[in-house]
Ligand binder design. Sequence first.
Ligand code: NAP
Length: 247
Amino acid sequence: MRLENKVSMITGAARGIGREIAMLFASEGSNLAICDVNEEALAATKGEIEKTTGRKVVAAKIDVTREEDVQNFVKKVLDNFSSLDILVNNAGITRDNLVMRMSEQEWDAVLDVNLKGAFNCIKAVSRPMMKNRSGKIINMASIIGIMGNMGQANYSASKGGLIALTKSVAKELGSRNINVNAIAPGFIQTDMTDKLQGEIKETLLKLIPLGKMGEAKDVARLALFLASSDSSYITGQVLQVDGGMVM
Ligand code: NAP
């Protein structure tokens, strides 16, 4: 097992990519601290992980945009487990619109969850990880943060910002043996992409050399690599899981 006796905190873990990462990490031996705003789905995920893997799971309804709630959650995790080894900043939302029609609320909501939420969680775990002289931080960016996209100015700015945040924090925490990397998924089959219209999906599929959408498990496997000791000499990087869509 690649994460035996580790403790992993995963945000937005109730469904989609976050849930898949939580399932895979638990099956590789990690205990979990999972949070999400979707309380019902989170409880179902916790129940399934405990039943199928026997790992200990601490779960709480946490909005990552609220710094105090994030700090309290990390305290609770440290009370339950002796350390916190891995953080996956996965929680993310979209509020798509063309710039000329985008409301301040749509802009703020996406920047708050996707960028400030990650900052809040990194800030909360950095002290315990520094004390431990060990840690892995994985930020879920997007290829849209690299290439931009029409109708997603808020989302692309948040994910581009997350990539820049990844590099800065990698430089700050590297001397304490903390690796900080970003994953940039392409077009992955989840509830988030189910919202896209058929026509848009057809157009996007034509841009993918591998000719198909990715699955949440494709992203989870890369997260496992970045969370494990196999990636101990990799930091500040953005790794794409996109079927070759952006190269
Ligand atoms: P998803 O299915 O929508 O799941 C995201 C989860 O995060 C949901 O359970 C959501 O709760 C939760 N969440 C939203 N706001 C939150 C907050 N403020 N605090 C805590 N949890 C919150 O999304 P996904 O497709 O799995 O995407 C996961 C991550 O990968 C996101 O960061 C996304 O930007 C990134 N990504 C996805 C794709 C893709 O193709 N799917 C591509 C590139 C990057 P609700 O259900 O209540 O909204």
